[in-house]
Design a protein around this ligand. Structure first.
Ligand SMILES: [Cu+2]
Length: 139
């Protein structure tokens, strides 16, 4: 009887151990995914800001033909950078992650707060370079 009890308790402990390991692996997987998303967002913000620089330079450089190319390329980079951040924050991967759960709540909260601020920065830049967007239509 004692042996049976020990065996059953060991089996239960082993099952809990496997469950805990599976939970840990799931947490590490979602943490890795969130880090990958942040990496993409960092890159997208840099791209958008670099694009804004091109737009600004295109507006003031005086190199007629290249100016238009710079403004066009800059506009594309700003729009693409913004789209990547939006996709990371609300795209299919993020939706799946929220559906499946198992992620670190604080890191997820911070990731969304960071993304919202990144979008705010890009929107401010868009406002500042709004003239370039208008110029795009005229040239
Ligand atoms: Cu999220």
């Amino acid at each position: 009887m004692k042996t049976l009890t020990v065996t059953v308790i060991s089996a239960i402990a082993l099952l809990f151990s496997f469950a805990a390991q599976a939970g840990q692996a799931e947490k590490e997987k979602t943490m890795h995914e969130m880090h990958a998303m942040m990496r993409m967002m960092d890159n997208a913000l840099c791209q958008a800001l670099e694009g804004a620089n091109l737009m600004m330079f295109g507006q003031m450089s005086g190199a007629d033909k290249i100016d238009r190319d710079m403004i066009e390329r800059g506009t594309t980079m700003v729009n693409d950078g913004k789209a990547v951040i939006l996709k990371m924050l609300a795209g299919s991967e993020m939706k799946a992650m929220h559906k499946e759960g198992g992620y670190n709540d604080k890191v997820m909260h911070d990731l969304h707060a960071l993304g919202d601020r990144m979008l705010h920065v890009i929107e401010e830049v868009e406002k500042l370079h709004g003239e370039a967007f208008k110029e795009m239509g005229k040239k």
